[in-house]
Design a protein around this ligand. Sequence first.
Ligand code: HEC
Ligand code: HEC
Length: 233
Amino acid sequence: MIRTTLLLATLFALAACDGMPGRPKPASRWKSPSEITDFATLYRQNCLGCHGMDQEVSGSLPMDAKTYLAVLPREVLFDVIAGGIPSTAMPGFSTKSGGTLTEAQIKILADGILAKKPSAPDATLPPYAAEPGDPARGATAFAAACASCHGEGGTGGKAGSVVHPAYLDLVSSQYLRTIVIAGRPDLGCPDFANRIPGRRMTNEEISDVVAWLTSNRKNEFGQPLVPVKSSLP
Ligand code: HEC
Ligand code: HEC
């Protein structure tokens, strides 16, 4: 009994000793999540599972897609990381949105992502956001720019369907526009400049294809959804 007590006391004394081998030094102890300020670690821990980078393929658009970075406004990137995108799998990361990242960390993420932006700005790029165009014209543009891979009517060919209601339910209209502009370089979906031999898709074609894609959305009874007219001029 006495021996056990002595042994325990010795162990406690040793455990409390900083010189004990294996005891972490203060500097190398686990940082609390809010102390992480390294872009690569923040990206790996919070984003990489869904957005690839450096050729790592994952479920959603890679955050180093060149055409994407060229059109993405910094404030959109910051707001999306902080607040997420409602009704999609993109979570908000700010503490205000129920996430764990501080404003400083969100800034590090946004700056780190944009550090890979191509340095020469291209004034002829389509705008990141725009009102959807005309769905009927969009069907024609889709046939010219997309059907060779996604099949006539978008129901699938060499590449998968882009009109399945389950898919269209999962993504926002802006995300569809983003993909129409930037493609999915990691998966072999070309960007807007490389789909039609010899020319880029025009801004009008881009907005029209987005309108056509979203016109394939259906409600829970399988009925087509009537597009809501925007109140914007
Ligand atoms: C050269 C072939 C090719 C062309 C042309 C093409 N795509 Fe794709 N696209 C792909 C491949 C490959 C994928 C990866 C998934 C798959 O296999 O379905 C993909 C994926 C997508 C996705 C899903 C992306 C995601 O992250 O959810 C959308 C949406 C899409 N394409 C839209 C389009 C539209 C719209 C056009 C025309 C404006 C187009 N694509 C033209 C090959 C192509
Ligand atoms: C659980 C999966 C998941 C995680 C984790 C995630 N995202 Fe996303 N993200 C998505 C999905 C899905 C979308 C597309 C949402 C939509 O339909 O608009 C998206 C959209 C985005 C967009 C907007 C794309 C556009 O259309 O312009 C940005 C920017 C983005 N994510 C950045 C990030 C960053 C940075 C992180 C890490 C801090 C992150 N995401 C973590 C799933 C995720």
